[in-house]
Design a protein around this ligand. Structure first.
Ligand SMILES: Cc1cc2nc3c(=O)[nH]c(=O)nc-3n(C[C@H](O)[C@H](O)[C@H](O)COP(=O)(O)O)c2cc1C
Length: 159
């Protein structure tokens, strides 16, 4: 089997993203396009409110009370070795739905490449949180990146 075929068979990647207001979705779509990855969305069973004050209240309450919101269980990763995992930075950290993701799915032996969109925060703010979550699982965590613009994304992917 040639190397190309081997890579195609063994290095399939998918972009999984959680996005409340569309920024992370846009970044995820660009990453999927640039890396020839499949793409799917991580969603809570109970949608987050559109109303900003209510969203702030619920997301803050989840953090304060260590609530891992229930997520839909329809994602299937068995075919993929590499997962680009996207989320907005909330309160300088990962949203609690990222904890739910790691609870819910068997990610054994997969490589996770985290990325985030933010208003102004650096990736380094959410990094310790994703590192802590991933450390309890049998995954390889790649250095992640902030994906606030296509330029930022391209810079990471070119590495
Ligand atoms: C509850 C909440 C908390 C947020 N906290 C931060 C923050 O700590 N730092 C930051 O730069 N942006 C923060 N933001 C802004 C989002 O990270 C930013 O708008 C992100 O791109 C939204 O992604 P989305 O459109 O995929 O949901 C926050 C937004 C919300 C709704």
């Amino acid at each position: 089997m040639g190397l190309y075929l081997w890579e195609e068979k063994h290095m399939k990647s998918i972009v999984i993203y959680f996005s409340e207001s569309g920024n992370t979705k846009k970044a995820a779509q660009f990453i999927a396009q640039e890396t020839h990855s499949d793409i799917d969305e991580l969603k809570p069973i109970k949608p987050y409110p559109d109303n900003y004050d209510q969203l702030v209240e619920r997301s803050g309450d989840e953090i304060d009370n260590n609530i891992h919101p229930e997520i839909d269980k329809n994602l299937n990763f068995s075919d993929y070795n590499v997962i680009y995992l996207g989320y907005p930075t909330w309160y300088h950290r990962t949203p609690m739905i990222i904890d739910s993701f790691f609870d819910t799915y068997d990610l054994s032996s997969k490589t996770i490449i985290p990325f985030t969109t933010t208003y102004s925060s650096e990736f380094d703010e959410s990094k310790p949180f994703i590192e802590k979550i991933a450390s309890t699982k049998n995954v390889t965590l790649s250095p992640g990146f902030r994906a606030n613009s296509n330029t930022e994304i391209k810079k990471y992917l070119a590495k």
